[in-house]
Design a protein around this ligand. Structure first.
Ligand SMILES: [Mg+2]
Length: 433
């Protein structure tokens, strides 16, 4: 005798586009899309969860500084009401995801609050570093990491919430050894307000008992570029990440990269390559990408042209888009589970996610990332560019003829127009109200 669960699964596999009606599962299934009009798709598909979803950038798409962009609140509220899945995929960060979600829900006046399940900041993929050996540089929870960027202690707290137990900040190093970069004395009171004692002293004459950094993770835009640049350079030139030492291999022309970064120095990660971002000022402002280019320039000069080996995540990196798609896929399944019951939401009983509409304002991150993404699940990413942020029509750096990787599938006025365009393409009956 087959169990109820086995009967449901068997039925769902035979009739993948029709929901069976034995009891609870049926009532739950019929709750799908309560406000959706029933024309526009075949009858068999009417009870189906949508096989498309959205990914939204935040700055320049939903908000300008902290002010909502017209139509943003209504667009998200409509998708929530219709239970069409979406993620927020931003190169912003610097706060814990739960705090950002709560700030954003308030700024957009959403009746149904957003959740961290579908919210990805530039540094959120670092949370996977302890669970995914292919992206985590072999880090463990007890590895000592130097966390750079953000305001005060916030990024340390975020790193600790991801599971890292030994987190150092530049403030800790500067407060213990102010001579390491004397010009930062102007920030004395700021740094001393959140610095912690170092777990070990910096003692280059006794390397085994000295502070050793296992990885450098830039979480957010550095606030004190000079101190942060100096510390990163010290570590990249060190022997095995021990602060205060200098590798004897630096400059050895018999070694790869002239001996630079060939001595177990800590890997260097950046979370956001954006050169510019749309802030409250009327002109775009320098982002973390500016810090990357600045560091690269100094590194080239110091090493006489050696390559700076580093990893940059955040949009448009493949790592971030893959992470986002996985997160979106899981979120969609959870949503279907809540709506239809877990029995109907097991793998093989629901259609795969076919299409993701990436709505962004920055051709060099949002659009290029979506255009280049090679989904491991066969999901198509469709790029939609809005005019409410960084992008300005007619600027030479957005010459799509010369840079086809930046060319979006469509350019629309704003996020509301983007959502409505996608809904029309999907033959969805309703529109953003
Ligand atoms: Mg943006």
């Amino acid at each position: 005798m087959l169990s109820r669960r086995a009967r449901l699964l068997s039925y769902a596999r035979r009739y993948p586009y029709h929901i069976p009606c034995p009891g609870t599962a049926c009532r739950e299934a019929n709750r799908w899309k309560p406000s959706r009009k029933l024309s526009g798709r075949t009858p068999a598909a009417k009870k189906e969860p949508p096989d498309f979803a959205f990914a939204f950038d935040i700055d320049g798409v939903l908000l300008r500084s902290a002010t909502p962009i017209p139509g943003a609140s209504q667009s998200l509220a409509y998708l929530q009401q219709q239970q069409i899945p979406f993620i927020l995929l931003t190169n912003g960060g610097g706060k814990h995801e739960s705090q950002r979600v709560s700030d954003l829900s308030r700024s957009l006046s959403l009746t149904t609050p957003l959740t961290t399940q579908n919210f990805i900041q530039s540094h959120t993929p670092y949370a996977d570093f302890l669970h995914n050996s292919s992206s985590g540089a072999g880090l463990s929870a007890h590895s000592t990491i130097l966390v750079i960027g953000g305001s005060g202690n916030q990024c340390r707290s975020v790193a600790e919430s991801y599971g890292f137990k030994s987190v150092i900040t530049p403030a800790d190093i500067f407060t213990s050894y102010p001579e390491i970069w004397p010009f930062s004395s102007v920030f004395d009171s700021y740094y001393s307000s959140f610095a912690r004692p170092l777990p070990k002293p910096i003692n280059p004459t006794s390397p085994s008992s000295s502070l050793k950094i296992d990885a450098v993770l830039i979480f957010h835009d550095p606030r004190d570029w000079a101190l942060d640049t100096q510390l990163v350079l010290d570590l990249l030139l060190s022997d095995s990440g021990i602060l205060g030492t200098v590798s004897s291999r630096n400059g050895d022309k018999d070694l790869p990269n002239n001996g630079y970064q060939q001595h177990d120095q800590p890997p260097l990660y950046f979370s956001n390559p954006d050169l510019l971002w749309a802030a409250g000022w009327h002109l775009p402002r320098l982002g973390q990408g500016g810090f990357i280019h600045s560091l690269e320039g100094i590194w080239r000069r110091l090493t006489h042209g050696a390559e700076l080996r580093r990893t940059v995540i955040g949009k448009p990196s493949a790592l971030t888009y893959e992470f986002a798609e996985k997160r979106l896929d899981r979120y969609r399944r959870d949503l279907i589970c809540q709506t239809m019951g877990s029995e109907m939401a097991t793998p093989g009983t629901i259609r795969d996610l076919k299409k993701v509409y990436m709505v962004g304002d920055n051709p060099e991150s949002d659009i290029m990332g979506a255009n280049n993404h090679k989904s491991q699940r066969g999901t198509e990413w469709v790029s939609v560019l809005v005019k409410t942020g960084v992008f300005r029509e007619g600027e030479s750096r957005y010459d799509f003829g010369k840079r086809p990787e930046l060319k979006p599938r469509i350019i629309v006025e704003n996020v509301r127009a983007a959502v409505d365009w996608a809904l029309r393409k999907e033959e969805w009956e309703g529109r953003v109200e």
